[in-house]
Design a protein. Structure first.
Length: 221
């Protein structure tokens, strides 16, 4: 770990790599993403602790040894924690608060919204969805975010199908898995993805994922 750095803990390594690249472009020090709770605990055992941990508890190891967020908090008590998850239900938000997380933001939010939350949390604020903060009885000191409205084509004249496929790519799905999910052939997926890559000038899947996140395309679970 690097002092003052950001570390991502998420089983979806493509998503983590894309987000890490975007944060680095904003001048942030980002450690290598960690794919599991066990890997995170091993890394966090070595000082110094990072300034911020960004994680999606939904994809972390499911064990009988306690809540994943609580274990991360115990492993790095001085680090701030941002939960980046598709689950914005009241129980999920309550778990984040109970574990001492400093923010809970939709995984489908635009990169600008995530970046704003990261900066606020590093400045010492807490960031939770507005409606959730009210429902959980939070004080006015909690900064709330509505989660930016998503641009479904990202401004590149993408077709609805191309946008769907990019949403699946962000989520780490293979072409075969995308074809199965969208009930189309794998060759059709490859054709649409190739067209999307040409429109956004991406050379590989990671570049495509970075572009999609920057332009507000939400991951498809």
């Amino acid at each position: 770990m690097t002092s003052g750095s950001v570390v991502l803990v998420d089983h979806d390594q493509l998503f983590s790599a894309a987000l890490a690249a975007l944060l680095e472009e904003e001048g942030m020090a980002v450690d290598s993403p960690l794919p599991s709770l066990m890997a995170a605990e091993q890394a966090l055992a070595q000082p110094p602790a990072p300034a911020l941990i960004i994680t999606d508890p939904a994809g972390l190891d499911r064990t009988d040894d306690g809540d994943a967020l609580l274990r991360l908090r115990q492993a790095a008590p001085e680090a701030r924690i941002l939960v980046l998850s598709a689950d914005l239900s009241q129980p999920a938000l309550a778990r984040s608060l109970a574990a001492g997380a400093h923010g809970h933001v939709s995984k489908g939010a635009s990169f600008n919204a995530v970046l704003r939350a990261v900066r606020l949390i590093l400045m010492g604020q807490a960031v939770y969805p507005a409606a959730a903060a009210q429902g959980l009885g939070q004080s006015p000191s909690v900064t709330t975010t509505a989660g930016d409205t998503q641009s479904q084509s990202g401004g590149a004249d993408l077709s609805p199908r191309e946008t769907q496929i990019l949403a699946c790519v962000i989520s780490g799905h293979s072409n075969k898995a995308i074809a199965r999910r969208l009930s189309i052939t794998e060759s059709t997926v490859k054709m649409h993805f190739k067209n999307a890559m040409r429109k956004i000038n991406a050379g590989n899947r990671t570049q495509a994922a970075i572009w999609a996140m920057e332009h507000g395309i939400a991951p498809m679970a």
